[in-house]
Design a protein around this ligand. Structure first.
Ligand SMILES: [Fe+2]
Length: 280
């Protein structure tokens, strides 16, 4: 399996793979290994049916279904539409055209999704890129004193924080499915044992067990550190791209794009096995 590094020490393009075709266990394992090591994997020039996308996603683990179900595909709820397009005056998908702040997907969940995949159908000519941050390398490169200072700290998350960046309000039922949660600030990779900063400013309500101002200052310091160029990669989308990322070891954000342009992606995800689904 051939791959090409895209970012500084992480994010790799996997070459010569057609995700719509039958794939041997050996090829699948090689892809999974490259993805785990690189945290973000990119496949270019794909032409996938919904079933192709779901089949590839489910091979890694149980299919994730988004709690904000308004834009889940009606017949295949494992697919969510991400789009700013309006059809007959109604939104075709979620998330509009604005900037989206750094986050790790579903960090507001007790058992956050392991990986997210996005498949690009329509892409604007300018803007709308996705920035990825390697939070494992950001952790590894911290001064030892900082590692000691943050060891054992916990962070609070809430789905409510995201409300202003979404354009469909949560229903009462959805809110009840996602009560506030607390996760370790430094988490261990469920398969590799590697440690990373578990940062997700778009869902965070602050550090637990610290005075609010001290916690906010520490989080801001860690988020600034992680956002440095040596830990980040900008993915500039092309039609046909499939990008999959490891939410345990990365966070991501999106640049805004013009409301006059069209952007449409199909999103899927897969879960961790139940015994390793809670961040530790
Ligand atoms: Fe996201």
């Amino acid at each position: 399996m051939e791959s090409k590094q895209l970012g500084p020490g992480f994010a790799a393009e996997i070459l010569g793979v057609d995700l719509s075709a039958a794939m041997s266990d050996g090829d699948f394992d090689a892809i999974k290994q490259i993805w785990l090591e690189n945290k973000v994997a990119v496949f270019r020039d794909q032409n996938l049916s919904d079933n192709d996308l779901l089949r590839f996603t489910e091979r890694f683990g149980p299919l994730f279904v988004h709690v904000r179900s308004q834009f889940n595909d009606k017949t295949r709820p494992g697919i969510m539409l991400i789009s700013n397009i309006k059809e007959n005056g109604r939104d075709l998908g979620e998330l509009g055209n604005g900037d989206l702040a750094w986050h790790s997907d579903q960090s507001y969940s007790a058992e956050p999704v392991f990986a997210t995949l996005m498949y690009a159908i329509e892409i604007p000519t300018e803007g709308g890129g996705t920035w990825f941050c390697d939070t494992a390398r950001a952790y590894e490169n911290l001064p030892e004193a900082t590692k000691a200072r943050i060891d054992g700290l916990k962070q609070n998350f809430s789905i409510e924080v995201t409300v202003e960046t979404q354009h469909v309000a949560l229903t009462e039922e959805q809110r009840q499915l996602k009560p506030p949660v607390t996760h370790p600030l430094v988490r261990t990779h469920p398969e590799l044992g590697r440690k990373s900063l578990y940062l997700s400013p778009a869902h965070s309500t602050g550090l637990a067990d610290l005075p609010a101002d001290e916690g906010a200052a520490l989080l801001a310091e860690l988020e600034d550190w992680a956002g440095r160029p040596e830990f980040t990669y900008l993915h500039e989308w092309r039609v046909g791209d499939v990008v999959m990322w490891d939410n345990t070891s990365t966070m991501h954000r999106r640049d805004a794009f013009s409301a006059d342009e069209r952007r449409l992606l199909k999103r899927t995800g897969f879960e961790l096995p139940p015994e390793r689904a809670v961040p530790f």
